[in-house]
Design a protein. Sequence first.
Length: 188
Amino acid sequence: MGYVDALIVGLGNPGSRYARTRHNIGWMAVERVVEDHGATWRSRFSGRYAEVRLDGAPVGVLAPETFMNDSGRSVGACVRELRVPIEAIVVVYDDIELAPGLVKARSGGGLKGHNGLRSLADALGSPDFQRVRCGVGRPGRGDRRDVATYVLSGFEDDEDPDALAAEAAACAEAICADGIDSALARWP
């Protein structure tokens, strides 16, 4: 095993313009993990990196500060240096195929046009990392925004991104502490 037993990665885009958008829910989730465990961010791997302990095990937490489409560069550097096996990588990201507010665990799978996931799969040589899918939905009936504009926009007043981030953080921690099968039972 490497320097950490697992790595939680939250996908997002840098800059205040994207801070609380649907596309940055991965960042919001990993910020929650770091805050809940009293850890401190450091600039590393072209991103923000922290280490927490889950059930006594060291777990890395990474928020790549490259743009989402190039997040594999940051994650690849981290994984190589810390020697994290692909099955111990947990990626938290926005998923337009899930209803807003829904969280689901997943082991590997397709990329479904998500450029952040594609960048990771390319950098890691495999899409077989663990996933925490954060439902952000699609533009509603009558909403003229295309999907890209929609995910780069803020949450609606009736949506609770903080609750979604907290649930995603709990799911990611459960995958690291108890394994994907246990998380799939709770977040199917």
